[in-house]
Design a binder for this molecule. Structure first.
Ligand SMILES: [Zn+2]
Length: 91
C-alpha cells in the first residue's frame, strides 16, 4: 500500500540533503565554475520534488496531497477516506 505521509518525509529528506550537498559544494568549491557535486545536489533536490509530486497522493483517489510541511495527513481532503499511518496493519 502507498504511504503518502512516509513518502512526503522521503521527498523532504531528498530535497534537504540535495540542497545541503549543493550548499556545501558552493562553500567548499566555490561557484565559479560550479563543481560537479553542486549539480548532484541540485539533481537530488529536483528528484525529491518530483518524488513528492508522484508519490504523495491519496491511495484511494490518487489526488495530490499537500506537500508543505511534514505533518501527516490522517484524512484525504478530497475523498474523505482515512490514510493509513506508518506502522498500521496494512503495511
Ligand atoms: Zn482521496
Amino acid at each position: 500500500m502507498n504511504h503518502p505521509n512516509r513518502n512526503r518525509i522521503i521527498s523532504y529528506l531528498l530535497m534537504i540533503s540535495g540542497i545541503a550537498i549543493a550548499g556545501i559544494s558552493a562553500i567548499i568549491r566555490g561557484v565559479e565554475p560550479l563543481h560537479t557535486m553542486f549539480y548532484i545536489g541540485a539533481a537530488l533536490a529536483v528528484i525529491g520534488i518530483i518524488y513528492g509530486l508522484v508519490s504523495v497522493r491519496c491511495p484511494y483517489c490518487k489526488r495530490l496531497l499537500h506537500l508543505r510541511g511534514i505533518m501527516p495527513e490522517k484524512v484525504c481532503p478530497y475523498c474523505g477516506k482515512t490514510i493509513a499511518q506508518e506502522g498500521e496493519a496494512d503495511l
